[in-house]
Design a protein around this ligand. Structure first.
Ligand SMILES: [Mg+2]
Length: 168
């Protein structure tokens, strides 16, 4: 019983794919998918800012032309930053009262974009929000490495992630 729980927990935090950053993602993964959901902080932008690296922006603009992409963030400052982020990415920013890894949030997305779970890709840098969110809802998950300074709350999440992975 205990072992099964551990295996389940580990599986729910393990992405389908891992890359150093979004620009390294093998584009074959995107073929035949209907929606790509990007996390914002430390996936596309420096955390809690509207600053994005040139190579990431360039890559994103190219991908956004070829595939249906949206962005979503759990950050409390996202509404304040949204206009500038949308401008820089030329991409829709999904806003909701729910946060990752909520299934209610996922259902809202399914309904709005009229897609099925296994045609959705979720890309993010945090296992306990982005990856858990995608895995529990049946989407395809991609983990990227963070690159910017993080808030205390996110550092705590990351500490928890590492702890869980070490303990299992
Ligand atoms: Mg993030």
């Amino acid at each position: 019983m205990e072992l099964r729980l551990e295996t389940k927990l580990m599986q729910s935090l393990t992405p389908n794919y891992e890359f150093d950053d979004v620009t390294k993602i093998d584009e074959k993964i995107f073929f035949n998918k209907e929606l790509i959901i990007f996390d914002i902080d430390n996936t596309l932008f420096y955390p809690e800012t509207t600053e994005i690296k040139d190579n990431i922006k360039e890559w994103f603009l190219k991908i956004n032309k070829k595939y249906r992409c949206i962005c979503f963030s759990n950050s409390f400052t996202i509404e304040k930053r949204s206009k500038e982020i949308i401008q820089k990415l030329d991409c829709e920013l999904f806003l909701s009262r729910h946060k990752k890894p909520s299934k209610k949030l996922f259902n809202e997305i399914l309904e709005k974009y009229n897609v099925v779970a296994d045609k959705i890709i979720i890309i993010g840098d945090l296992r306990i929000t982005d990856i858990f969110f995608g895995n529990r809802c049946g989407a395809i998950t991609i983990l990227v490495k963070p690159f910017g300074k993080e808030s205390r709350k996110i550092r705590f999440f990351r500490f928890l992630e590492n702890l869980i992975i070490k303990l299992i």
